[in-house]
Design a protein around this ligand. Structure first.
Ligand SMILES: [Zn+2]
Length: 241
């Protein structure tokens, strides 16, 4: 397939590592099927999600950003995705109209079949729901005929919310469990690239095993590792299953 005929998926990640923990399995699975998977990192997680780097003496914001960027690029390469960094800053994250417009351009250029992003609420992290808000706002602007009429509008790609760190507090439920057993080794290899957040490797393996066990229990699949999502929009089809 040429790049123009390949299907595309879009991942909108608040910080440079979120896509690895929360959507690495889906990314590796679809990349292995020949899809173009585009990850947009709104920030590098330079202030809020880089504690290990900040403990090193003499660390600077620019060095943290560049190390987190390198890690994200290497993790994306392991998973088979392309990454775009918008560098809007984190803790606090703020989104202006030019960033929103850039994301709309990415939607119209990529024309994704589906979008993965953060949960709608998260009392532990204000950047994550903001990333979810902007991912959805950009999707709707990209559907608007009156916005930049020179480029074609997009359809209605499904939006799937990846698993937050503490799901119960975030009003998030696992409505879709993706079997990522076949690509687990790739997801685990991408974890290991994230040296700044080594404390999360084991935690996210436990999450994948838990969702894998639930996936097997809710289906006839023999699966070991799962990755769960909550849907924003209804599933549309001509059968109940
Ligand atoms: Zn994050």
């Amino acid at each position: 397939m040429t790049s123009s005929t390949r299907k595309t998926a879009l991942v909108v990640s608040a910080h440079s590592a979120d896509f690895v923990w929360r959507a690495g399995g889906a990314i590796a699975l679809y990349a292995a099927r020949g899809w173009d998977v585009i990850v947009v990192c709104l920030s590098f997680g330079e202030r809020g999600e880089s504690a290990k780097l900040w403990r090193q003496p003499g660390m600077t914001l620019e060095r943290v950003k560049s190390e987190r960027k390198e890690e994200a690029l290497r993790a994306a390469e392991v998973l088979g995705a392309q990454v775009r960094f918008l560098d809007v800053g984190d803790y606090p994250m703020r989104i202006d109209n030019s960033t929103l417009g850039e994301l709309v351009r990415i939607y119209r250029e990529a024309r994704p079949e589906f979008v993965l992003t953060h949960s709608l609420t998260d009392p532990y992290n204000f950047d994550h729901p903001l990333a979810s808000h902007v991912a959805q706002e950009a999707r709707i602007v990209a559907q608007a005929h009156g916005h930049d009429p020179a480029t074609p509008v997009i359809g209605a790609p499904g939006v799937f919310l990846f698993e937050p760190h503490q799901p119960e507090q975030c009003d998030w439920k696992p409505q879709v469990i993706l079997d990522i057993t076949s690509v687990w080794e790739k997801k685990a290899a991408a974890f290991r690239v994230m040296a700044a957040q080594e404390h999360l490797w084991e935690y996210y393996e436990r999450v994948a095993l838990q969702r894998g066990a639930q996936g097997a229990r809710n289906s006839d699949r023999q699966m070991k590792y799962g990755e769960a999502y909550q849907r924003v929009f209804p599933l549309v089809g001509d059968e109940l299953r």
